[in-house]
Design a protein around this ligand. Structure first.
Ligand SMILES: C[S@@+](CC[C@H](N)C(=O)[O-])C[C@H]1O[C@@H](n2cnc3c(N)ncnc32)[C@H](O)[C@@H]1O
Length: 247
């Protein structure tokens, strides 16, 4: 599938996503209260990565798509044997923060503005680890299909794609997921104001298109990966951290 064929049939507009994340402080507050389970995801990712590094016995390159302020990835990579870090994001506000945060990574850092859906095919190299944190779900199903096939071309032998994303439970509709997500956020995000929760709800219900793990597996396997190893799933069944290794 070629990018122009996907885009011809796509009505996606990344401007809304960029605008939401340019107001970075609301997202930061949500993360700081661990409402999206970053803490557990980081523990699981770090444990997986340490085991991978031990097996591979070498330093690794890391591509962070939708890196945001890169605080999450910097927390994972600090003190580890990183050969090079590349981050890409739509939001210039987030990338400015990423510039400061990634100073703690002891490796060459490249931060690139751009839409990873449009840019992935142009990225130059093969990466050992590609991480996509809470941003794949902004793509439509057809875009995700294309994206997986491009990801396959960007992975070095022995490498992996790690995806932390909202996922539908088996058989669940997007509408049903959104219903329980909104109920849960309104009930449990007590540190946020009504206006802040309304802002998050507006973003999630208009811009998020989660898939079932089985759907992501189908795309991944069709592109040359093994089905996901589930590294973490939160207790509310909203988010999963998945590792896709080459078949
Ligand atoms: C929910 S934040 C996650 C940030 C970070 N990865 C984390 O886990 O905390 C999603 C980030 O992905 C970025 N993003 C969403 N869609 C994107 C796209 N198509 N291309 C590049 N960045 C994108 C947003 O600008 C935002 O910074």
């Amino acid at each position: 599938m070629e990018l122009q064929d996907v885009m011809k049939r796509s009505d996606r507009d990344a401007a809304d996503v960029r605008e939401f994340f340019n107001g970075w402080s609301l997202y930061r507050r949500i993360v700081d209260h661990d409402y999206l389970y970053h803490r557990s995801a980081r523990e699981a990712l770090t444990a997986w990565l340490d085991a991978w590094v031990k097996d591979a016995n070498r330093s690794f390159s890391f591509l962070d798509l939708g890196c945001g302020d890169a605080a999450f990835s910097t927390g994972v990579l600090k003190g580890r044997n990183v050969a090079a870090y590349t981050g890409m994001d739509l939001s210039p506000v987030a990338l400015d923060l990423a510039r400061e945060n990634t100073a703690e990574i002891a490796a060459p850092v490249a931060l690139m503005p751009g839409d990873f859906m449009l840019e992935i095919g142009k990225l130059p190299a093969a990466y050992d680890i590609v991480y996509i944190g809470l941003s794949l779900h902004h793509l439509s199903r057809q875009e995700k299909e294309y994206f997986f096939s491009e990801l396959r071309r960007k992975i070095a032998p022995g490498g992996a794609v790690l995806i932390f994303d909202p996922v539908l439970t088996p058989g669940e509709s997007r509408e049903s997921y959104m219903g329980r997500w909104v109920d849960y956020a309104e009930w449990s995000w007590k540190a946020l104001s009504v206006e802040e929760i309304a802002g998050a709800v507006q973003h999630v219900t208009s811009s998020d298109f989660p898939e079932e793990v089985a759907t992501l597996n189908r795309m991944a396997v069709g592109s040359g990966f093994r089905p996901a190893e589930i590294l973490f799933m939160d207790h509310t069944d909203f988010y999963a951290l998945m590792a896709f290794q080459l078949a």
